[in-house]
Design a protein around this ligand. Structure first.
Ligand code: F6R
Length: 261
């Protein structure tokens, strides 16, 4: 079962997850981080940037792999995940740009982009800590419902609901690309530690399905139940449909703090 930690707000979640990442980097200066985009992880990236600056942590060797990318956005588009990862992660954290990869969404090379990405993750020794958000459809990465639990990095078609949810980042809803290239669920499950973050009422159903529902491709987030080290960090609203809430609180409040997440 995933460990579920209920926190007061996104900032508290950010501090908790940043703490785990700082410990990882201190023990492994060339740690490999799995990076989500979207709104959910931003507080974590801010908290991590603060810790790195305040404690002068050397992150020049840290490597990163983004979860996904849109297919077909022009190079340099501000909402391409390459641009978002540069703006929200690489620059504020001071990572080495060449060590942070994003799947290549260029249609010209899309046929082998998935295999190339898998090879790069493998060559890096795999992901140490994977940050995940979750969509209202239950997607992790851009693995929409129905995605194989064994899938690897490949092109997927976004649901209309996900396109509508992401329209806030674009000038017009129709500007949201139809296709993406995403790490598969099988890829994500190979990471050594999964940290899934979710905030707000709109995510409550997807969180409950991921943590307590049956493991099914119809709810891709439920794949985290197959992972030996998965941590779910949520606020009260996102936790509101969990049945075993009292137990999660009990387990967390009795966990020795030195164990972290
Ligand atoms: C982003 C990603 C997605 C998002 C999810 C939630 O790289 O893979 O799974 O995590 O769509 O998005 P937000 O955080 O914007 O609610």
């Amino acid at each position: 079962m995933a460990e579920v930690v209920i926190v007061g707000d996104e900032e508290a979640a950010g501090r908790l997850v940043a703490d785990a990442i700082v410990s990882l980097i201190r023990s492994k200066p060339d740690a490999v981080l799995g990076l989500a985009t979207g709104s959910t992880p931003l507080a974590t990236y801010r908290a991590l940037a603060d810790r790195i600056a305040d404690e002068s942590i050397d992150v020049r060797g840290v490597r990163g792999f983004a979860l996904d990318e849109y297919v077909g956005l022009p190079a340099g588009h501000p909402e391409s995940y390459r641009a978002v990862i540069t703006r929200e992660v690489v620059e504020p954290l001071g990572l080495t740009p060449e060590l942070v990869r994003v799947p290549n969404g260029d249609p010209a090379s899309i046929e082998h982009a998935g295999a190339d990405y898998e090879a790069a993750i493998g060559a890096a020794g795999g992901v140490d800590l994977q940050i995940l958000g979750i969509g209202r459809t239950g997607h992790i990465g851009f693995n929409e419902p129905g995605s194989s639990l064994a899938s690897l990095t490949r092109v997927k078609t976004l649901t209309e609901r996900t396109r509508a949810d992401n329209a806030r980042f674009f000038d017009a809803p129709d500007d949201v690309p139809m296709h993406c290239i995403t790490q598969g669920i099988g890829t994500i499950l190979r990471a050594r530690h999964l940290v899934l973050l979710a905030f707000g009422e709109a995510k409550a159903h997807a969180v409950a399905a991921a943590v307590e529902g049956p493991v099914t491709a119809s709810q891709p987030g439920s794949a985290i139940q197959l992972h030996p080290h998965a941590t779910v960090v949520v606020d009260e609203a996102a936790a509101s449909e969990l049945v075993n809430l009292a137990y999660y609180r009990h387990a967390w409040s009795n966990k020795p703090r030195w164990q972290g997440i």
